[in-house]
Structures are given as structure tokens and as C-alpha cells.
Design a protein around this ligand. Structure first.
Ligand code: FMN
Length: 133
């Protein structure tokens, strides 16, 4: 399995993760659940009207953290906005529940993919495993 796919599967299994951004000198963190592997890239989804989106626009460096039993995953990297319609459609097809809030042409739905990402899988019993994508 390719490294990025392993990261994606972990997020899928965990179902939710925490996304940290920066606002001035204040860290901000919130729970997220969207993840999509598309065109070899790991995407997350949000709304452009949200504070989280505005923070990413100012500083695209973020970290996410998810845990599964006694294993945890941290991904740090930069998020890149992608306004490609097809990736929005793919996200809505994967998670139809989002259709109640978003559509590809609403000017709000936002897809962001990781670049320069470092993912670290950790546990209490095994040495950390690092994956870059
Ligand atoms: C389980 C769960 C998963 C969530 N997943 C997302 C998500 O993938 N994208 C999103 O924009 N908001 C998601 N939310 C809602 C955000 O946590 C919420 O809108 C948050 O306030 C956004 O951060 P902000 O207030 O700093 O803008 C989720 C909420 C829950 C409870």
C-alpha cells in the first residue's frame, strides 16, 4: 500500500480527526471528518465562510491528529485550495450527507489538499513511522 493510502485509510477508520490552524498567535483546533483520496492527493473539505478556511488562507500550514485505539497519526503540511469541480463532485458522492449543506457551485464548498506533508504514525509500543507525500 502506498504511504498516502495508509494515511487515508487510517483517517477513514478513525472517522474523525482534529485539525489545527493558526490565527495570529492563537492556535485553533476543531473536529473534522472529511477525507478523500483523489488523483493521488489527500483532500479535506470545508466551507469558505468558516473561520477555519479564513485561517488557512492566511497561513496554509496546518496539522491534523487522529487516533485509533492506542495508535495515533499526525499529519503536518500545507493545504492548497482546489476549485476543480470534479473533486467537489467526488467528495459529495463519497459523503452524500454533505449535499444538505454544500454543492459544487455554491461558491462556499472548499476542497483543500495536502502538499509538503509529513505523516507520522505512532504508538506506545512501536517506533514511529514517517511518510512524506
Ligand atoms: C464529527 C464531526 C466532523 C466534522 N467534519 C467537518 C469537516 O470535515 N469539515 C468542516 O468544515 N466541518 C466539519 N465539522 C464541523 C466543524 O467542526 C465546525 O464547523 C467548526 O466550528 C469549524 O471550525 P471554525 O469554527 O474554526 O471555523 C465536523 C463536526 C463534527 C462534529
Amino acid at each position: 500500500m502506498e504511504g498516502i493510502e495508509k494515511v487515508y485509510r487510517f483517517l477513514e477508520e478513525a472517522q474523525s480527526y482534529f485539525l489545527a490552524t493558526e490565527e495570529g498567535d492563537q492556535p485553533r483546533v476543531r473536529v473534522f471528518g472529511t477525507a478523500l483520496l483523489y488523483d493521488g492527493k489527500l483532500y479535506i473539505q470545508t466551507g469558505k465562510v468558516k473561520n477555519v478556511s479564513k485561517q488557512i488562507a492566511v497561513n496554509p500550514k496546518v496539522e491534523i491528529c487522529a487516533c485509533l485505539g492506542s495508535k495515533w497519526l499526525r499529519v503536518s503540511g500545507e493545504l492548497v485550495n482546489d476549485d476543480d469541480r470534479q473533486v467537489k463532485v467526488a467528495m459529495l458522492e463519497k459523503m452524500p450527507v454533505l449535499k444538505a449543506m454544500y454543492s459544487p457551485d455554491d461558491g462556499n464548498m472548499q476542497m483543500l489538499y495536502f502538499k509538503n506533508a509529513t505523516a507520522t504514525f505512532s504508538s506506545f509500543t512501536e517506533p514511529p513511522e514517517e511518510i512524506r507525500f
